[in-house]
Design a protein around this ligand. Structure first.
Ligand code: 4NP
Length: 156
């Protein structure tokens, strides 16, 4: 089992989108059961809340269901439990680095490292913008999810 934690700030827009998209790509590749996928936020603003309705709508338009997800904040034990802890942007990564016990620091990285078709290294926060930003998040996390599935395939 490979354990993957996807991290943003609030866990209601980017990382839950990444969670459903990556889960779908893992399933398509026939690898469900081999990968545990969880998302969380560095902040605790939205613990227990459903994902942002704009994220849910955009995801639904591409066939992904986010309706069952609820906000979760990163926990100390996550650094030991997960094999890959992948942040949506540099600010999330910095937050994680500050909290991560030294022996697990190599688990941290940026999710878009695995994207093969875009120049961006960060998934921009869509929270304060318009609908387009939510579809841009989907474009980026679909790209990274496809690339990351190839890495997982090589490991299982
Ligand atoms: P996320 O977006 O980190 O992609 O979930 C945000 C959600 C909420 C807030 C900021 C970013 N907020 O400030 O409440």
């Amino acid at each position: 089992m490979i354990r993957v934690l996807l991290v943003c700030l609030g866990n209601i827009c980017r990382s839950p989108t990444a969670e459903v998209v990556f889960r779908s790509k893992v399933k398509e590749a026939g690898l469900d059961g081999c990968v545990e996928i969880v998302s969380c936020g560095t902040a605790g603003y939205h613990i227990g809340e459903p994902s942002d309705s704009r994220s849910q709508e955009a995801a639904k338009a591409r066939g992904y269901d986010m309706s069952t997800l609820r906000g979760r904040q990163v926990q100390y034990g996550d650094f030991e439990h997960f094999d890959f802890i992948l942040a949506m942007d540099e600010s999330n990564l910095l937050e994680l680095r500050q909290r991560c016990p030294k022996q697990y620091i190599e688990k941290l990285g940026l999710f878009l490292t695995y994207a093969n078709n875009c120049q961006e290294t960060e998934v921009p926060d869509p929270y304060y913008g318009g609908e387009k930003g939510f579809f841009h998040v989907l474009d980026l996390v679909e790209d990274a999810s496809e690339g990351f599935v190839e890495v997982i395939k090589a490991r299982v």
